[in-house]
Design a protein around this ligand. Structure first.
Ligand SMILES: *Cc1c(COP(=O)(O)O)cnc(C)c1O
Length: 368
């Protein structure tokens, strides 16, 4: 029997979350953002459930090739554009749309030989200060790009820094609108947080990532229940050990957790080498929520490479082999949002999904 840990990707949840995004921006087309191997879920695994999207957005040319190999004929957008001139050949061959965020990328396009003109998304830096042309430089970049025979249609795009927080998007929207008011072309502004919290902003294409995977971008202010999203990934394992602790006994490396009363401990086949956040049990960490047979418990002590420990007080019936849900869907309709585990580990749902370790076997459920 293999080690009992596994991840499940829920096709029904992905489709549900995509429908939730659509319902919030009914007039917009939706890019399903599948960068980082679909936020750790696997492009091949999510493709069936997300093929109702209007297009797929990602960064990596190999991931774009994987989508074309799955026979996706619709739009694919390279969110960071090309990294070197010869990437443009693949764009021509696979009909990839690409972001243009700096003048070097325009230089490369200007000398690119192609029979097929490219659809490009010209990116403005409206305040995030990562990629894009400053508002003052945007118009001349647009004019130069539009004049190229290699370019078919130019769309306009920007990315929000604070769509999930108190600062919001008003300033960046104002800066974008002021600099683009009389320019033609489709617009793409919103990420998941902007779709959920600021749905009304005028945009032809939204770029939804985290919401599709069932994590709230603005947790803990709101949770997935509030946004009616469902976890697309479950990480589950089983109890492989039981310990009866007497008062004063400790658990795990560094004896970080000391029992204040007699208690029963379960040892779970899951550790940081599976992608579980070690910080949940580090000095000062007060453990993380976990479900044992669907009952909410807490981890205790340090997380090891391959194991972690759980206080079984809330679930006296637990035994060797009991099912443990690290995040996602548990038995008896129980639920543990990944955001709660991420918070206990001092991180965000995005990072935990992306960090699911290659050694964890992954299955799609229901199988498609
Ligand atoms: C990753 C990314 C997104 C998606 O962001 P979420 O918060 O996951 O919805 C949108 N736009 C760009 C440019 C991105 O890099």
């Amino acid at each position: 029997m293999p080690r009992p840990i596994e991840a499940l990707i829920h096709a029904d949840a992905l489709a549900h979350n995509l429908a939730q995004v659509r319902a919030r921006v009914p007039d917009a087309r939706v890019w399903a953002v599948v960068k980082a191997n679909a936020y750790g879920h696997g492009i091949e695994r999510v493709f069936g459930a997300l093929r109702g999207a209007d297009g797929f957005a990602l960064l990596d040319l190999a991931e774009a090739q994987a989508l074309r190999a799955l026979d996706w004929r619709g739009p694919i957008l390279l969110l960071e554009g090309v990294f070197e001139p010869r990437d443009l050949e693949l764009c021509s061959r696979l009909n990839l749309w690409h972001v243009v965020h700096c003048s070097q990328q325009i230089d490369w396009l200007a000398v690119h030989k192609t029979h097929q003109a490219h659809r490009v998304f010209l990116k403005m830096n409206s305040g995030m200060n990562r990629l894009g042309f400053a508002p003052a430089a945007f118009r001349s970049a647009w004019a130069r790009l539009s004049a190229l025979p290699q370019v078919d249609e130019v769309s306009l795009m920007t990315h929000f820094a604070d769509a999930d927080g108190a600062a919001g998007i008003a300033q960046q929207v104002a800066s974008f609108v002021a600099a683009t008011a009389d320019l033609p072309g489709e617009r793409s502004l919103s990420n998941s947080a902007a779709v959920l919290r600021h749905g009304a902003v005028a945009t032809d294409w939204v770029r939804a990532g985290i919401a599709l995977y069932g994590s709230a971008p603005d947790f803990p202010e709101q949770d997935i229940g509030h946004w009616q999203l469902q976890p697309a990934m479950t990480l589950r394992s089983r109890l492989i050990g039981l310990q009866q602790l007497q008062t004063g006994a400790s658990v795990g490396y560094g004896s970080q957790f000391v029992a204040e009363r007699a208690m029963r401990i379960g040892v779970v086949a899951c550790g940081y080498a599976d992608g579980y956040p070690r910080r949940t049990g580090d000095a000062g960490g007060s453990g993380a929520p976990v479900l044992v047979e669907g009952v909410r418990c807490r981890t205790v002590g340090r997380v090891s490479m391959d194991m972690l420990a759980v206080d079984l007080s809330p679930v006296p019936a637990a035994q060797l082999g009991s099912e443990v849900t690290l995040w996602g869907r548990g038995p008896h309709s129980s639920l543990l949002p990944i955001d709660e585990v991420a918070q206990a580990g001092g991180t965000i749902g995005y990072e935990l999904m992306c960090a699911l370790a290659p050694r964890v076997p992954v299955a799609v459920s229901p199988a498609d």
